[in-house]
Design a protein around this ligand. Structure first.
Ligand SMILES: [Fe+2]
Length: 264
C-alpha cells in the first residue's frame, strides 16, 4: 500500500485495490484518514455491493434525509447527478460539512466518480480544518473554545440542492436545525467545525459581533494554503472526515454522476 501525501499534507492518495484488502490494510487506511482528514483512491471499479462493503468498515451507514437512494436494495447510496442542461450551481457548490444541520451529523462521506468530466474540470476542493485551527490567532481560539453555532438546512448552500430535490426529493426536506460546538477534538488535534453553507447564527453573542466573526472565520477557514483541489477521474474515490475538512464542488459544464455514502 503506497501513501502519497497531497499539497501541504491536506489529504493523501492511497494506492491499493479496495476489493481485496486485509484487516491490517483497512486499519492502516483508517489511520491515514485520521491523520490527513481526507484520502483518495484511483481506479476502483466497484459494484454498489462492493462499495457498500468497503464503506461498512468505517461504521454504520447513514441515511441522507434529502434525496432518495440508488435503489431499494442500495438506499444508502445517494446519486449525485449534474446534467449539462442544469441551470444554476452544482450540488454542494460552496464550502460546507455534510448534513451538519442534523443532531448527529455523519462522520465520514465518500464519493465515487461514475461519470466525470475531463480531468481538471469539476474538481472537489478540501479545506483542512486542522491547519485552519492551528493558524487561528490565540484570542480567536479562546473566543471559539466554548462557542456554539446554529446550523440550518436552509442555510446559503440549500439553493444548490433544489434542482436535485425536484427529481429525487424524499419530501422530508423541510427544515432541519441543530447547534454544535465549533471547536472539535479529533485524534488529539483540534479542528474548526463551522460549515459556511449552513451556519446561520452563533449562540450567546450579538448579531453584529456574530456577523463579523462569521465573515472572519469563513475567510480564514478557506485560505488557499489550507485547500487541496482534487481532480476526478472515472472510478476515483474521495473519502473524508467531516470534522476535519470542509469541501465544495467547483463549477463545470457537462454531465457528472457520483455515488455518495455517508457514515455515522
Ligand atoms: Fe457535500
Amino acid at each position: 500500500m503506497k501513501i502519497k501525501p497531497c499539497k501541504n499534507n491536506i489529504g493523501a492518495e492511497i494506492d491499493i485495490n479496495l476489493i481485496s484488502m486485509s484487516q491490517k490494510e483497512i486499519d492502516e487506511i483508517k489511520k491515514v484518514l485520521n491523520n490527513y482528514g481526507v484520502i483518495f483512491f484511483r481506479d476502483q471499479n466497484l459494484t454498489p455491493k462492493s462499495y457498500i462493503n468497503f464503506a461498512e468498515n468505517f461504521g454504520e451507514l447513514a441515511e441522507y434525509p434529502m434525496l432518495k437512494g440508488l435503489s431499494k436494495e442500495f438506499s444508502k447510496i445517494t446519486v449525485i447527478e449534474r446534467k449539462a442542461s442544469d441551470k444554476g450551481p452544482s450540488f454542494g457548490e460552496q464550502f460546507h460539512t455534510d448534513s451538519s444541520y442534523t443532531k448527529k451529523p455523519p462522520r465520514y462521506t465518500m464519493l465515487l466518480g461514475k461519470l466525470v468530466p475531463p480531468r481538471g474540470q469539476g474538481n472537489t476542493e478540501f479545506a483542512s480544518q486542522y491547519l485552519a485551527y492551528e493558524k487561528l490567532p490565540e484570542e480567536i481560539k479562546a473566543k471559539l473554545e466554548n462557542l456554539e453555532a446554529v446550523f440550518s438546512s436552509s442555510g446559503p448552500i440549500s439553493v444548490t440542492r433544489l434542482e436535485r430535490e425536484k427529481e429525487k426529493g424524499t419530501g422530508k426536506s423541510k427544515d432541519f436545525k441543530s447547534s454544535h460546538r465549533i471547536i472539535k477534538r479529533v485524534n488529539n488535534k483540534k479542528t474548526i467545525y463551522f460549515s459556511p453553507g449552513h451556519v446561520t447564527e452563533f449562540k450567546g453573542i450579538s448579531d453584529e459581533e456574530g456577523k463579523n466573526l462569521k465573515k472572519f472565520l469563513i475567510n480564514h477557514q478557506t485560505k488557499p494554503e489550507f485547500v487541496h483541489s482534487f481532480e476526478w477521474e472515472k472510478n476515483s474515490i474521495a473519502m473524508w472526515d467531516n470534522r476535519a475538512v470542509l469541501h465544495q464542488a467547483t463549477p463545470f459544464s457537462g454531465n457528472r454522476i457520483m455515488h455518495r455514502i455517508t457514515i455515522q
